[in-house]
Design a protein. Sequence first.
Length: 311
Amino acid sequence: MKKIMIRKIIRILILLVGITFLSFALSYLSPGDPAQIQLSQSGMRVNAQTLAKVRKELGLDRPMLVQYLSWLKGILTGNMGISYKSRKSVAFLLTNAIPNTILLTFVSLTLMALISTPVGIICAWKKDGAFDHAVRVITYLFSSLPSFFLALILLYFLALKLKWFAVLPKGMSGIVMPALTLSLTLGAWYVRQIRSMVLKELQQDYVKGLMAKGFSDSTILFRHVLKNCLAPLITLFSMSVGSMLGGTAIVESIFVWNGVGKLAVDSISARDYPVIQGYVVWMALIFLGLNFLADIICNVIDPRIRREARS
């Protein structure tokens, strides 16, 4: 077990270095001079002398590899650079945006899990019934709708027509519509996945054996079937948490929710490369960290995975 974890940690470190290098290289090779962008946004007159001075101050006159190593050293010490647009620390901007994204992720995933888990189980248990058919139609509908389109529909009906919410709500009421948008789009996909997993387990020989021995339906479902579905569900859930913690950019932008996703969109529009690079590091850490945690949990709850990892 320890050897497996050590190998995974080494892979994560290699991936982190690779991701940071690629993100830095893409920023370095992208069109637009950061020094010129900074001068233009500050309203200063751009000339060759001023431009050369600012490039030297930002360290842009050095070779790319030297710049990357200097930036990586700063990342390791908590210094992620200064935003070209706001002139604030990138770490400060991210730490202000991350709590909002964490809150939106928690509310959305909680709402999604409360709805999709029991619905998916019932659909599998009552396969091809009226409820199953109705849910399948609804989930196909919501799965086919892009999140930004559903966000606009909810904004139109809940804010403009019904006037239950303000178009730009303040405080905690502002989380309702983005959380509802994310939970509906993601929940539709999860219902189908849970239904498929439970159906697959219900067709296994051990379920027929338990039925033959006279075990109740609830015992078979909750003690055996759902237990065997936990490992793939945890893996899927960790991926969903990772994507949401990375910021659901379009939804956050539509509802003006000041999370990491909106910060990334605003930074891309302004070509604010230090913030973009900091965002990429945050995304990499979240995805790799959550996948590592999901691997540990799956290894603990499912001995079959441990045997496969050793072989």
